[in-house]
Write a protein that binds this ligand. Structure first.
Ligand code: AMP
Length: 493
């Protein structure tokens, strides 16, 4: 199949060809014809699948009839609204809009917080058909009366599950209330919780369900390795790995903003160019850090899940989990930053005893056991082998400070006295055969909303069945990792 088979107009086909794409990805093949027909869509897809072009191309085609070069703002009302959870994702989506729009005369803008509103106001005043925005700042513009949604024809909610995680649902509802009822709505989410389903019910009309690569699939081009280590040795091990393996471009994930900054400072002290990216940094700082990382000026970018969400860095070779995420699905999101578009990548996780439960959750989710390799000189303490799945405390700033202190006192393992295993706290206080208590997120009937979206037609437990809707008419794409497929397609260059 090629893009022309999907019914795209020549202006868009040209833009796609300019981008070097020779074949549509599965989500594009499924979504484009449905969106062109004006239908609502509920899409199960994560970043890295080509979903941005999957909704942007047909959206542009639907708006193409409005393209005009008049200088009058009245001729350029907002026709499409694309909401994203983070500024970085908003910027990336708007980049895609610009890329595919280059042979049409539609106008677009990107609205996000953390920067002065005036430039955004000026653009909105000039008139923009396509607005890509994060919800909070968009509502600021609503309050300032600098934006009007009366002419909106298409609404896209990208990464709805992340919007939910970030507490944006009330903002989204406020925005929905301002949009015309007669519109096309598209919702993309990697998982379908009860709340997402409720939101979908309130905003979509008879949606077509589309799904591609399952959320719990990690691409085959990524190698995973776990280095068991003691908490007090983590930083030194990280520096050791970066230096000894000469890692040139590594995205390092930590649990807290504070931890991200401290770790970046630590690495810099070890002579490794590093910067941190997190929500407390200004937009300017975040953009500069990302740019420095992309161009290779900074070797290591340390970030939190939220900050790193949506980053599309070409050829990112290494992702390091300095701390494992609390939600197994975030592991898949993190790892999604590497091994993109068929390229190879590696995912390194530094895991201490208290994270073993999270490791087990991840292995269960991705249905794969990860290789554990102990690095000489950084062996974990014996507790690593005895710790069960209980210890999952959230990392706090106290932990970061404690690590700093430990780090200052750090004595090379070779110079330390051996530990007394009998001095370790007893962790096995729940008898092995005692039944596990239901987790708080598990609903009666066993539906766990944190689980990935697995429609598995014709399984009655599919998302369609959960929504009480008939199966989609959409053709189903191949169920294999999309990045591998993208690699197979290759760019024309
Ligand atoms: P997305 O899932 O939208 O973040 O896209 C992931 C990456 O795939 C982006 O870098 C796109 O440029 C790239 N991409 C999108 N569509 C195609 C395609 N049909 N062929 C090859 N690469 C693509």
């Amino acid at each position: 199949m090629n893009f022309a088979d999907l019914g795209l107009i020549p202006e868009l086909l040209k833009a796609v060809a300019d981008s070097g794409y020779s074949e549509p990805t599965p989500i594009q093949a499924q979504a484009i014809p449905i969106i062109l027909q004006g239908k609502d869509v509920m899409g199960g897809a994560q970043t890295g699948t080509g979903k941005t072009a999957g909704f942007t191309l047909p959206l542009l085609q639907r708006l193409a009839r409005h393209a005009n070069s008049s200088p009058s703002p009245a001729r350029h009302p907002v026709r499409a609204l694309i909401l994203t959870p983070t500024r970085e994702l908003a910027m990336q989506v708007e980049d895609s809009v610009k890329t595919y729009n280059k042979h049409l005369a539609l106008r677009s803008t990107c609205i996000y917080g953390g920067v002065d509103m005036r430039a955004q106001m000026a653009e909105l005043r000039e008139g923009r058909e396509i607005v890509v925005a994060t919800p909070g700042r968009l509502l600021d513009h609503v309050e300032q009366k600098t934006v009007n949604f009366n002419q909106v024809e298409v609404l896209v909610l990208d990464e709805a599950d992340r919007m939910l995680d970030m507490g944006f649902i009330p903002d989204i509802k406020r925005i929905l209330a301002l949009l015309p009822k007669a519109r096309q709505s598209l919702l993309f989410s990697a998982t379908f919780s009860e709340e997402i389903k409720k939101l979908a019910d309130s905003m979509l009309r008879d949606p077509q369900l589309i799904e591609v690569a399952r959320r719990n699939q990690v691409v085959e081009t990524v190698t995973h390795v776990v280095h068991p280590v003691s908490p007090e040795d983590k930083r030194a091990l990280l520096a050791h790995l970066i230096k000894s393996q000469d890692l040139r471009q590594a995205l390092v994930f930590v649990g807290t903003k504070f931890g991200a900054s401290r770790l970046a400072v630590y690495l810099a002290k070890q002579g490794i160019e590093a910067d941190a990216i997190h929500g407390d940094k200004s937009q300017q700082q975040r953009t500069e850090a990302l740019e420095a990382f992309k161009t290779g000026k900074v070797r290591v970018l340390v970030g939190t899940d939220v900050a790193a969400r949506g980053l599309d860095i070409d050829d990112l070779p290494h992702v390091i989990n300095y701390e494992l995420p609390h939600t197994a699905e975030d592991y898949v999101h993190r790892i999604g930053r590497t091994g993109r578009a068929g390229k190879t990548g590696d995912a390194i996780s530094l895991v201490c005893a208290e994270e073993k439960g999270r490791l087990a959750d991840i292995e269960r989710l991705i249905k794969r056991q990860l290789d554990q390799v102990v690095v000489e000189g950084f062996e974990p303490d014996g507790e690593f082998h005895t710790a069960g799945k209980r210890a999952r405390g959230r990392r706090t700033e106290y932990d970061d400070k404690r690590d700093d202190k430990r780090d200052e006192r750090r004595v090379p393992r070779s110079e330390r006295a051996p530990r007394d295993p009998s001095a370790r706290p007893d962790r096995g206080d729940r008898p092995r055969n005692e039944p596990r208590r239901a987790k708080k997120d598990e609903l009666p009937g066993g539906f766990d909303w944190r689980k990935p979206y697995e429609p598995a037609l014709p399984d009655p437990a599919s998302a369609e069945a959960q929504l009480g809707r008939p199966h989609p008419v959409a053709p189903r794409g191949p169920q294999r990792p999309v990045a591998a497929l993208l690699g197979g397609l290759g760019k024309k260059s």
